[in-house]
Each structure stands twice: as structure tokens, then as C-alpha cells.
Write a protein that binds this ligand. Structure first.
Ligand code: MTE
Ligand code: MO
Length: 380
């Protein structure tokens, strides 16, 4: 069993698939902590977790003038300044279950918790590429990553990002060896992973073994034939993956973590407290979250918690990599026996979420970011 050396996991995780291991935390845990504890951080593995000996570990870097370059873990930790970035990772398939309710899609049936926020520590990818000889003006456009996790044919997980993002001083792309102040856990890429803030989870390659600077995107299945968006009218008989770009930055997203669907609120309390998360890709800041208690007829503005309350410095413009937690306390509408709570976020480019999911349905169930709706009852 290639999965026999997978690490132990927290029993509270909701398991979507055991082999490979895919799981999300109970959603109310997400809004309890600005920084998601690593044990509860969602886990998305396509393959068995590779067990890597940190002393034998080497990172190979190809495609640059001084290359190929080979670095040990110790060299990555000592040759380059350590940089920390608080960044949210979201799987392209987060909230896929909403799309499944419209029409069946292909993929893991994620709820609203295939998203989490951590503080990552490591070397800047930019510094490592400059060390390997990167100079502006090269004809390369992409940085490809390969994991040490392999399928039964020996093919590794792979993905790529734009070179411009990788070398930008403001891109904050890390080769991370720490998550929340500790060594990366096995599930999250020990001993080294890429963290590409603002970019879909799939490009944040774990158990990083190789970097290739290239004129071409990664040729991996996951870059070429997966993680792309299509029209609701495209089905598996007609889809041509070459016609759509690989997902990089994700669209604006939000969801309600508290209360949960179907709970009964006590009318005697007089108020309702609604909590959730909001986030947008590309470093766009969440500037507002609107919450409705009546299915979207009337709206209230939620109070935003950007992370500064936890002592973090405010994010520089266009570098809002971390999510925003939010809360609304509002009087219960008099006489209401049922509430349809809805949330929607606005980002710094004034991008908004679509009100319903059917018009953005796609066969792979990615980019599911319609208004989130939760129905609750109010006791007599
Ligand atoms: N990297 C490798 N090597 N193998 C993988 O299966 N999964 C990707 C990405 N990096 C994956 C990977 C996907 S699809 C996502 S959403 C994120 O890792 C999940 O990161 P996490 O498990 O740390 O939450
Ligand atoms: Mo993902």
C-alpha cells in the first residue's frame, strides 16, 4: 500500500477521500482562528505523502545561467534571509458541493472549508532564482515546480506559475520550510513547499524537488488538463482543455461559517451573530462583506477583521494575501420563524460574487464562488 506511510491526522477533520488523503476542517473552526492551526488546515493530496529525509534532501534548479543548481535544506535555510508571509490557500474546488446540487460535476465534493490561512516561513523564491543566475530580460515566462510525490508510473505532481510573479519583489512567493512557526507538517509538504500568495492552491507545490525556469508552462496533467474554467454549456464530450487558461489568481470568495445550515436559533436572545471568511486572489483586499438575513432583500455591512487585531501589520496595497474574517450581530427580524442568511464580499477592484451558481457551473466544479446561503430556524 503506497499510502501506508501517510502521517496521522486529526480525527475532527471531515474526510473527503482517504487514499489519497483529502479533508477539510469543520467550518466553524475556520472563523475561530485568524491563523488556522496546522492540524485543522485543509489537506489536499493527489498522491501518497512522500517521506523525505531532510539530510538527503536536495532541491534542483534548472533553466538559469548558473544552473543546474542543487541546494540542500541547510543551504536554503542559511544562504537566504528568512521571510514570513501570512497567506490563505484555497483549493480551486472549494465549495464544489454547491455546483453538485445544480448538476453533477467531476471532483471531490468539498464543502466551504477547502480554504485555510497560515503564516509561512522560508526563503524568497526570488532570492533563490537570482542566486541561480536569473537576470531580467530572459525569454523565459514560467517557473515550473515538481513534487517528490509520484503516481504509479513515476510521474510527479507538477504545476507552474508566471515568472513575473516568481521574481517580483512584491510577489512574496516563498520556498517555505515553516508553517505557523514549526517545520512543515508531512501533509503540507515537508521539508519544502512553494507558497504562491494570491494564487490557487494547486500551484503551491508541496514536497518540492525541482524548479525549472522555462519558456513553457508545466506540461503536467494538473496544469494542462485540469484546474481550468469552462462554460456551463461545455460537457465532457466537447471539452478541449487547450482552449482555456490554467487558473492562477482566484476570484473573490466568502462563506458563512456560523450559524450552520439547519440550526435552531433561540428567539429569546433577540439577536443573531453571523460569522464567516472572505478572501480574494491576486492580493486584492476584501473591502466589504454584505450580509442579508432575508435571502438578499435587505443587507447589512459586516465588521471586518483583517488580522491587525492579532498584531499583524496592515497589508501593503495589492498584497492582501490573508483572508478577512467577518462578523455581523443583528436583531432577529420580529416574528421571523426562518432566516435565509446570505453573504457576499467585494474586493479592492470592486469585483463581486455572482448571486447564483448555475451560470458559473462548470464540468470540473472549480471557481465556485456564488453568494453563500444558509437557512436556519428560529424557535417560538
Ligand atoms: N503539491 C504536491 N506535490 N502534490 C499535491 O497533490 N496538491 C495541490 C497543492 N500542492 C498537491 C500539491 C493542491 S490541488 C492544493 S489545493 C494544495 O496543494 C493544498 O495544500 P494543503 O494540502 O497544504 O492545504
Ligand atoms: Mo486544489
Amino acid at each position: 500500500d503506497p499510502y501506508s506511510s501517510d502521517p496521522p491526522r486529526h480525527p475532527a477533520l471531515r474526510v473527503n477521500s482517504q487514499k489519497p488523503f483529502n479533508a477539510e476542517p469543520p467550518s466553524e473552526i475556520l472563523s475561530e482562528n485568524f491563523i488556522t492551526p496546522s492540524a485543522f488546515f485543509f489537506k489536499r493530496n493527489h498522491l501518497p505523502v512522500p517521506r523525505v529525509d531532510p539530510h538527503a534532501y536536495r532541491l534542483e534548479i534548472h533553466g538559469l545561467p548558473r544552473g543546474p543548481v542543487c541546494l540542500s535544506l541547510e543551504e536554503i535555510k542559511t544562504k537566504f534571509p528568512k521571510h514570513t508571509v501570512t497567506a490563505t490557500l484555497q483549493c480551486a474546488g472549494n465549495r464544489r458541493s454547491d455546483m453538485n446540487r445544480v448538476k453533477q460535476v467531476k471532483g471531490l465534493n468539498w464543502g466551504i472549508s477547502a480554504i485555510s490561512n497560515a503564516t509561512w516561513g522560508g526563503a524568497r523564491l526570488r532570492d533563490v532564482l537570482v542566486y541561480a543566475g536569473y537576470l531580467p530580460g530572459s525569454s523565459a515566462r514560467h517557473v515550473q515546480f515538481e513534487g517528490l510525490d509520484v503516481d504509479p508510473t513515476g510521474t510527479p505532481y507538477g504545476a507552474s506559475i508566471l515568472l513575473g510573479k516568481a521574481v517580483s519583489e512584491e510577489g512574496d512567493v516563498l520556498l517555505a520550510y515553516e508553517m505557523n512557526g514549526e517545520d512543515l507538517p508531512a501533509d503540507h509538504g515537508y521539508p519544502l513547499r512553494v507558497v504562491v500568495p494570491g494564487v490557487v492552491g494547486a500551484r503551491n507545490v508541496k514536497w518540492l524537488g525541482k524548479i525549472v525556469v522555462s519558456e513553457e508552462e508545466s506540461q503536467s496533467h494538473w496544469q494542462q488538463n485540469d484546474y481550468k474554467g469552462f462554460s456551463p454549456g461545455t460537457d465532457w464530450d466537447t471539452v478541449d482543455f487547450k482552449t482555456a487558461p490554467a487558473i492562477q489568481e482566484l476570484p473573490v470568495q466568502s462563506a458563512i461559517t456560523v450559524p450552520q445550515e439547519g440550526v435552531v436559533l433561540g428567539a429569546g436572545q433577540g439577536t443573531v451573530t453571523v460569522q464567516g471568511y472572505a478572501w480574494s486572489g491576486g492580493g486584492r483586499e476584501v473591502v466589504r462583506v454584505d450580509v442579508s438575513l432575508d435571502g438578499g432583500r435587505t443587507w447589512n455591512v459586516a465588521r471586518l477583521q483583517h488580522g491587525e487585531e492579532g498584531g499583524a501589520a496592515p497589508a501593503p496595497p495589492n498584497r492582501s494575501w490573508a483572508w478577512t474574517l467577518w462578523e455581523l450581530r443583528a436583531p432577529l427580524p420580529p416574528g421571523a420563524r426562518e432566516l435565509e442568511i446570505v453573504c457576499k464580499a467585494v474586493d479592492s477592484s470592486y469585483n463581486v460574487q455572482p448571486d447564483t451558481v448555475a451560470p458559473i457551473w462548470n464540468l470540473r466544479g472549480v471557481l465556485s464562488n456564488a453568494w453563500h446561503r444558509v437557512r436556519v430556524r428560529v424557535s417560538e
